[in-house]
Design a binder for this molecule. Structure first.
Ligand SMILES: Cc1cc2nc3c(=O)[nH]c(=O)nc-3n(C[C@H](O)[C@H](O)[C@H](O)COP(=O)(O)O)c2cc1C
Length: 185
């Protein structure tokens, strides 16, 4: 089996991430991979917002503020979890779908394309010796969070990608068999 095939078959997320994160050159390589996402009609229905360093604390403040707005009775534990969430990795990327009306490309295809871009970033992060995890949660669907991140009304959060160095060994991969998921028609 080729190294690339083996790499693809062993990709896995890292819930625990630490320093160092990628530098700007390494991030650029990941975004170049994202820009090769399949894209019907070349709409480029995605963009990427990077957050690192002290800006993660600003994001934490936004997440906490929006949590309290969504759930006024959120307790201190929940508030702290929201506030500290962005500190779980040195580098965050918000993958944004830019959904527009198009006669041949429905919104779902544009969102799928943005999802492919997210996966490309995760693969490229791992190919660069880093690791990552894709997270969403209620914050990702909260318009106030999107507003705070500067998204327009037609933009949506596809995911928060947490990227950094893997903290601990990779987990045991589930032994899935294609035979359980594939059928000939
Ligand atoms: C759209 C999307 C949203 C996700 N949101 C979360 C999340 O909020 N929290 C979480 O722990 N995992 C989330 N995951 C799952 C992880 O990214 C990861 O795929 C999962 O932990 C399985 O690990 P693996 O990728 O190594 O198989 C999400 C995955 C996708 C595709």
């Amino acid at each position: 089996m080729s190294d690339i095939l083996q790499f693809l078959q062993e990709r896995n997320s890292a819930p625990k991430l630490t320093e160092p994160g990628p530098d700007s050159e390494q991030m650029e390589q990941m975004f170049r991979a994202a820009l090769r996402a399949p894209d019907h009609a070349r709409l480029r229905p995605w963009r990427f917002v990077t957050i690192k360093g002290a800006r993660r604390e600003a994001l934490g403040a936004l997440l906490e503020e929006c949590l309290v707005r969504r759930t006024p009775d959120a307790d201190d534990v929940a508030r702290e979890k929201a506030r500290k969430a962005p500190l779980r990795a040195p580098q965050l990327v918000v993958v944004v779908a830019r959904v527009s009306d198009h006669p041949k490309v429905p919104a779902v295809e544009q969102r799928l394309s943005a999802g492919c871009a997210a996966q490309a970033i995760l693969l490229a992060a791992e190919a660069s010796g880093f690791a990552g995890v894709w997270r969403t949660g209620a914050a990702a669907f909260d318009r106030a969070v999107m507003d705070g991140l500067g998204l327009t009304d037609t933009e949506e959060i596809v995911g928060f990608l947490y990227i950094g160095s893997r903290n601990g060994s990779p987990k045991t991969l589930p032994q899935l068999d294609p035979v359980d998921f594939v059928s000939a028609w």
